[in-house]
Ligand binder design. Sequence first.
Ligand SMILES: [Zn+2]
Ligand SMILES: [Zn+2]
Ligand SMILES: [Zn+2]
Length: 170
Amino acid sequence: MGIPPESIELTRWIKPTTRRTTGQCSPHLIAKLHSPEAANQAIRDGLIIAGKQVWARRMKKEPRRCLRCQTMGSSHLAAECDQPMTCGTCGKELQTADCCEDEQVKFWCANCKSHGHTSWDCTCPKFIENSRRLEQLTQKVCTYTSLLKNLGLGSSWETHLPTNGQTTTQ
Ligand SMILES: [Zn+2]
Ligand SMILES: [Zn+2]
Ligand SMILES: [Zn+2]
């Protein structure tokens, strides 16, 4: 059955249509839905777009991390960071990109202040904790990725999108 078109707030293509390879028939679409119910239904039952069945999955939000001091869940950007430069891999005062540490035991996480993993490790307890908090905060936001299956590349299908299916470059 699918959800009513009006429950989709906005849609955009992850990839600009111009960069789509010929023959690609599963473009990705990000759809923001009105309500958690609509979103859950989209995930459970899929969506019908342009007469085709498509499947949706929840888009995962990741905690923000300052790329300079590595602080997780920080509200500042690297450009406005007043903390010392910290390597995300070894914790020394250098840029993560310049790091040549490759021994895992020497990795240093600036967030939980321990060795064994990097500051950008997604198994870091702090990362997991922050992700959970984000998940709770964004439960109502409902941003989903739909995988548009078997969608033809004809010129008319975009006009069949429920709302403003504008293309973007990113
Ligand atoms: Zn910072
Ligand atoms: Zn380093
Ligand atoms: Zn950690």
